[in-house]
Design a protein around this ligand. Structure first.
Ligand SMILES: *Cc1c(COP(=O)(O)O)cnc(C)c1O
Length: 375
């Protein structure tokens, strides 16, 4: 059995003809930057997510940076983010001379804990950046209550949860990335909606922010050679947009395949007390960017899996505060003990659209073998 963490080649095989044709046609037209596929993809994604302004850009990290740039913040202004996330979330804050302030996360769903946000809000706080980690929405309704109480902007890092839907207590639902003031996503190949290179997008329903975001991604210009604000150069290229249109048309199918694989894992691992399965919150659908379990002997389990040819990954082995780059920059006003504990216990199992039942059965048996040897 050749089990893979991620199987992009298998996925490609099923859409090969369509993709090859689309790529060849972009090359034939030779409109590699800002070709018509880029606008078409942006409007299809806007329709899918019900988002008015969709600004494609070069990658997810740029999306976060441009989002922050659009808010007209001053150096020293504070931005609250989860203590357990991918480094990019903290990096863009630091890069712009803003202060990343850590809030602890929930051990149940790995996302920023709204109860922890209020503990770290200060006079200087201007924004909150929730991350919908591993494919499930952060607890947005309580977070939005805090943001409006303190007049803070909300930028969602939705690199991992495209297609996940949040349910408000009144029954209304919204897609992750369209709940706060600005949403950001990544089309990095391994993401749920991934291209064959780098890509990203920014979402907003606010026309003022929509226009600013578009200008910033395009050297601060609205009109060619007239630069009104300091921007950057961040574009999704036409070939990637053409590929993404095909992948977007398949996104619901891909999400269903991930959810199916997750329920198989649940069934197979239900009676293993020593591991904690990912919790499905009632307020969000879960699109399973990762299937992340917790185990007190995480490293032992990972090594055992590897010895049997089962790949697994640790997302993420260090909380933000332990990273040398951020150690002296981040502000910690309250305990981040959950983030520190999660970094020691999390293990992501193979999860992709092509995962087979027999592979999952072997993975589950290998996990159970490790647990029973330890007992
Ligand atoms: C992937 C990712 C990013 C960065 O996206 P890139 O396209 O690689 O720049 C940011 N935040 C999170 C949570 C991610 O998973």
């Amino acid at each position: 059995m050749n089990i893979q963490m991620l199987d992009l080649r298998g996925q490609y095989r099923n859409i090969k003809e369509e993709v090859d044709r689309a790529v060849a046609s972009v090359i034939e037209e030779a409109h590699f930057i800002n070709g018509s596929e880029v606008d078409k993809f942006a409007s299809e994604l806007g329709l899918y997510l019900d988002s008015k302004h969709v600004i494609p850009c070069a990658n997810g990290t740029d999306a976060l940076q441009i989002a922050l740039m659009s808010l007209e913040l001053k150096p020293g202004d504070e931005v609250i983010l989860p203590a357990f996330t991918y480094a990019a979330t903290a990096e863009v804050v630091a890069l712009l001379g803003l202060v990343p302030v850590l809030a602890d996360v929930s051990a149940r769903n790995f996302n920023i804990n709204p109860g922890e946000i209020e503990k770290v809000v200060s006079e200087k706080t201007r924004a909150i950046m929730p991350v919908h980690l591993f494919g499930q929405s952060a607890s947005m309704e309580p977070l939005l209550e805090i943001s409006s109480k303190y007049g803070l902007k909300v930028i969602e890092d939705n690199a991992q949860a495209i297609g996940a839907e949040y349910s408000f207590s009144g029954g209304e639902t919204k897609f992750c990335g369209t709940i706060g003031d600005i949403g950001c996503t990544s089309f990095f190949p391994s993401k749920n909606l991934g291209c064959y290179g780098d890509g990203g997008a920014i979402f907003s329903s606010n026309p003022y922010l929509g226009e600013r975001l578009r200008m910033i991604a395009n050297h601060g210009q609205k009109e060619k050679y007239r630069h009104d604000i300091v921007g950057c150069n961040s574009r999704l290229d036409t070939i990637q947009a053409a590929i993404l249109r095909i992948k977007l048309a398949n996104l619901d199918k891909y999400t269903a395949a991930r959810q199916q694989a997750a329920s198989v894992y649940r069934e197979l691992l239900a009676d293993v007390e020593e591991i904690t399965l990912p919790y499905e919150e009632s307020y969000s659908t879960h699109v399973y960017h990762q299937f992340t379990i917790r185990c007190s002997d995480r490293d032992g389990l990972k090594n055992h899996l590897a010895s049997k040819g089962v790949p697994s990954m640790v997302y993420y082995p260090h909380p933000i505060e332990a990273q040398p780059a951020f150690r002296d920059i981040v502000v910690k006003r309250s305990s981040t003990e959950v983030a520190v504990k999660l970094a020691k216990e999390v293990l992501s199992l193979p999860m992709h659209t092509e995962l087979k039942y027999e592979e999952q059965k072997f993975i589950a048996e290998t996990i159970k073998e490790f647990i029973s040897e330890k007992r």
